[in-house]
Design a protein around this ligand. Structure first.
Ligand SMILES: [Zn+2]
Length: 282
């Protein structure tokens, strides 16, 4: 498994990949068999937290560095889907997260950013479905090297400046005594539109179940913005009661009118959704 710069995974990454492989082999054979006839494009592959937690450090790895843990899991599950000739593109959704992560929407404050938490929530409203450029792809016109840059949601796209290969080669050539005018031009690069990766997303406004009054959807209720992706897009409607497991992020005020506005709001980056409340009675 080579990474984009051609280096091998570190021993720690290898251990993580191996843990994911045995996890899927042990727990998911029946799921793979059941998906054999699926014609879906995207499949949210649900994994129970209780199984993950007890398997070779995967639970700890998820809590320490969710992105890294899921990235390894994604590599392995895509490999498993290929091996089983499954059509959909899988996405790992961990559900049944421990109650130790229980929190309430009304209690969220800035100090909670970067935490991974579990909430009961009611859907207030949903935005239109949209996409965002999650990874932009570049190609070097000099040496044909290809690379990707991870972007951040609702931030300015990262400006790609130069080909890392040509930069390195230029530096080596200089050390060998080459003249500047003979060096490759590392800025001769282009964005590779075909390889750009777009993710489907949707903004949904959520509110705390304690604000529910007599089955009526309240008009004036404090909401928090959440972002769902891929197979969750267009799956939720106002009034729906759900449990969300989400990473707490920070976003600009949607209504900011000057660019360096320092005010921020919290945003839930939703990892997984379960139907119904898990704490409150419906
Ligand atoms: Zn190059």
């Amino acid at each position: 498994m080579s990474k984009k710069n051609g280096t091998e995974p570190t021993p720690e990454e290898k251990k993580l990949l191996a843990a994911w492989r045995t996890f899927f082999q042990k727990n998911c054979k029946a799921d793979f068999a059941a998906l054999a006839t699926s014609e879906e494009d995207v499949w949210g592959f649900e994994l129970q937290w209780s199984l993950l937690e007890s398997h070779k450090g995967l639970g700890q790895s998820f809590l320490n560095d969710m992105e890294k843990c899921l990235h390894s899991g994604q590599i392995v599950i895509e490999e498993q889907f290929r091996n089983h000739n499954l059509k959909p593109r899988p996405i790992i959704r961990i559900v049944g997260i421990s109650e130790l992560h229980r929190y309430h929407l009304v209690d969220l404050r800035m100090r909670d950013r970067t935490r991974f938490l579990r909430f009961d929530a009611v859907v207030h409203s949903t935005s239109r479905a949209m996409g965002w450029l999650k990874r932009s792809a570049y190609t070097c016109n000099e040496c044909t090297h290809e690379w990707v840059i991870k972007e951040a949601l609702a931030r300015a796209r990262t400006k790609a400046e130069a080909c890392p290969m040509c930069l390195r080669r230029g530096f080596d050539l200089l050390l060998e005594g080459a003249k500047r005018e003979d060096l490759p031009d590392p800025r001769d690069i282009r964005m590779d539109l075909e390889r750009n990766y777009y993710e489907d997303i949707q903004y949904i406004e959520l509110f705390d179940p304690t604000c529910l009054s007599d089955e009526e959807l309240p008009d004036d209720v404090p909401t928090i913005t959440a972002v769902v992706s891929d197979e969750y897009v267009n799956q939720f409607s106002p009034g729906q009661c759900i449990t969300v497991n989400a990473l707490i992020g920070v976003d600009h005020l949607p209504s900011r009118d000057y660019i360096r506005d320092t005010r921020r709001i919290l945003r839930l980056d939703i990892h997984s959704v379960e139907e119904g409340f898990s704490l409150h009675e419906e």
